[in-house]
Design a protein around this ligand. Sequence first.
Ligand code: GAL
Length: 712
Amino acid sequence: MLIGSSIIQCSVTYDKKAIVVNGHRRILLSGSIHYPRSTPEMWEDLIKKAKDGGLDVIDTYVFWNGHEPSPGIYNFEGRYDLVRFIKTVQEVGLYVHLRIGPYVCAEWNFGGFPVWLKYVPGISFRTDNGPFKDAMQGFTHKIVQMMKDHQFFASQGGPIILSQIENEFGPILKGSSDHSYVNWAAKMAVGLNTGVPWVMCKEDDAPDPIINTCNGFYCDYFTPNKPYKPTMWTEAWTGWFTLFGGTIRKRPVEDLAFGVTRFIQNGGSYINYYMYHGGTNFGRTAGGPFITTSYDYDAPIDEYGLVQEPKYSHLKQLHQAIKQCESALVSSDATVTKLGRYGEAHVFSAGKGSCAAFLSNYHMNAPAKVVFNKRQYTLPAWSTSILPDCENVVYNTATVVSKTSNVEMVPSGSVVYSVARYDEDIATYGDRGTITALGLLDQINVTRDTNDYLWYITSVDIKESESFLRGGKLPTLTVDSAGHAVHVFVNGHFYGSAFGTRENRKVSFSAPVNLRGGANRVALLSVAVGLPNDGPHFETWATGVVGSVALHGLDEGNKDLSRQKWTYQVGLRGEALNLISPTEASSVDWIKGSLAKQNKQPFTWYKAYFDSPSGNEPLALDLESMGKGQAWINGESLGRYWTAIAKGNCGSCNYAGPYRQANCQSGCGEPTQRWYHVPRSWLKPRGNLLVLFEELGGDISKVSVVKRSSVH
Ligand code: GAL
C-alpha cells in the first residue's frame, strides 16, 4: 500500500482459520478476471465493478503461451500487459491472487503451454522431467522477478497476497505416482521468496507450507491437508464454458449463493468466483477443441463488461452480509445444531456477546419453519439465511430482490459497405507445398500451431481400364482424422466436410468421388479448432489427418493412400497474402459489387467496411448468416466463429438441488454463438476494415454491427 510517500509493507501469512493480512484474519472474497480476455481499456471498469460488487481480491492466471510465443521472445504488450493489469488492480484498491501455473487449463489453447515447448528434446509435461522443470522454473522465475521489480508482492507493499503453482495436478497424480514432481514444484515456488503464501488447487498432498485448496460447484465438504491451514475455495464455478454446437450453461445465483454460505458456515474463509468476468477468447486463444470464442461463463459481469442481474447484485448483497459476520467467523469455530430434519444452525461468536448465525435448509422442495434462539424463521427450500447478530435476517440465498437484466442486441445503425469477395484457391494451392513426406504427418508437428489450417495433398493414378470410368459404381474416398475438422477436395471439386466433437475428436469422412483416368489430386484441408487444454498428457494427443486415407471399390479393391507421398501446405492463400491486414487487403483483385454478395460459396474471403456506431455501449458482430471461419477487424482477430446449432437438453431450470453443468441449459436449436464481441478500442470513427474467412458458405449481406443493451 502506498500511503503518502512511504511504502507500507504488508505481511501475509495464514493460520487454521484464514489468510492473515497484517495480523488480521480475513474473510476474503475474490473473483477471476483473466487479463487477455478483455482489452486494457476495459480493465479499470471491470475491476471497479468487482470492487463495487464486494470483492477484495482479483484472481488471474498467467498465460505463458501469450507471453512467450517463441522461446526467449516475450510479449507483455496490449492484452498481455500483466504489469498494467496488476497496477490497475492496485490503483482500484484490491488485492491480487496471481495463479502462475504455468499450466492453467482455463479453456485456453494448450492449457497455456507454448506449443514450442512440446518440441524441446526429451520433454515430458508436468512430470519429474529435467527439460520440463527447467522451462517451468525459468518462466515462473521470470514472472516472479517481474512482479518483484515492480514491488508487486504484498511483502513489498504491493497488491499480490497469494500465488498459485501448478493447477489441479491431483486428478493427474491419481493415475501416476509423481509426488516427486509436486514436491519439486512446491520447493521451487517457495524458494522464489515472494514473502506471500503459495497455494496448489486440487492437490491433496501439497507439501508444507503450500496450502491445498478446493475447486468445484460446491466445496463445503473440503478440509485442507493440515489442521493449521485455512479452508480455501479457489474456483467457485459461477456457470460453465460453452462448446460450438453445445448449449449455454447457466448456474442460478440462488444456488451459487447457497454454495458460498455452506462453505463459509463450514469454516471456509476464502472464495474465488471462477469466473467473475469470463470475457472473450480473442484470436486463436480458445482451448479445445471447440471452445467458443465467447467465454461469458454466465459470470456476474458478462462477456461485454456489463453487470449481469440478478447475479451481480445478489452476490453483492451476500458479500455485505458475510462481511458483517467477519469478526465472528474468524474468531470461532461454529457450534452446529440441528433445526428439524433438514435444517442446521451454524453459530459463530467473537466474544463479548457478539454472535453471527447461518441458518440452512437443505430440503430441495419445501421451505422449513424453524425455531432458533426462541424465534421463528422461515427458510425457503435449499437456502441459508444470514443473521449477523444472531437475531435479524439480513440475507437469504434464495430470496432474490434484484431485478433481472433485460439484454438485447439492437441495431447500431452502422451498415457494412463496400463488400468484396476473394475466392480462396482450392484448385491449385499447395501444389508447390513446402513440405513433402512419405505418409501422413501430425498437423501440429507441421504447423507448430501458427495456423488453424493445413493442406494434405496427394496424387492418385487411376487406370484407364477402371470399370467405374465406363458407368460403373463410383469409388468411395474415406478419410480418418484425429481432428478437429476436415474439408475434402478431389480435382478441385469440394466433396464435403466432417467435424469431431470435444468428447470424440476423431473425424471420419466417406463419400463417393468422381475420379478420372490418370492423375487425380486429393486435397484435404484439415482444421484445428483450439488445442486441448485438459487431460493426462494432452500435449501428446494427435491432430490432423493421421488415420487412414483410402479409396474403396476400385477394380483392384481398396487403395490405401496413407503411406504414399503427401505434400503439406500450412495455411490458406488468403493468409499468405495477408488479406486481414489493413495495408495488404487491397493487394489482390477482389470481386466487387453485387457479384461479391452472390451465392453462399464456401472457402471465401470477404472484406467490408463499417463506421463506428455512436455512443459507448459494447458492440458485437452479428454473424448469424455466416457458417464457420474467422473474423478480423482492422487486422485484430475477433476469434473463430461458427454458427453450429446448439444441441442439448433445454428443460426447465430449478435453482434447488445439487447443480451440475447439465442442469440449466439454454439456446437449443439456435446457433451456439451468434454474436462476437467487437471491442470499442479497436475501432476508428470511419472505415473500419472487416475481413471474414468463411469455410462453409454464408451471406455477408446480412452481417451487421449491433449494440448490446442491458436494462435492469
Ligand atoms: C478447472 C480448471 C480451470 C477451468 C475450469 C473449468 O478444473 O482449474 O482452469 O478449466 O476447470 O472452467
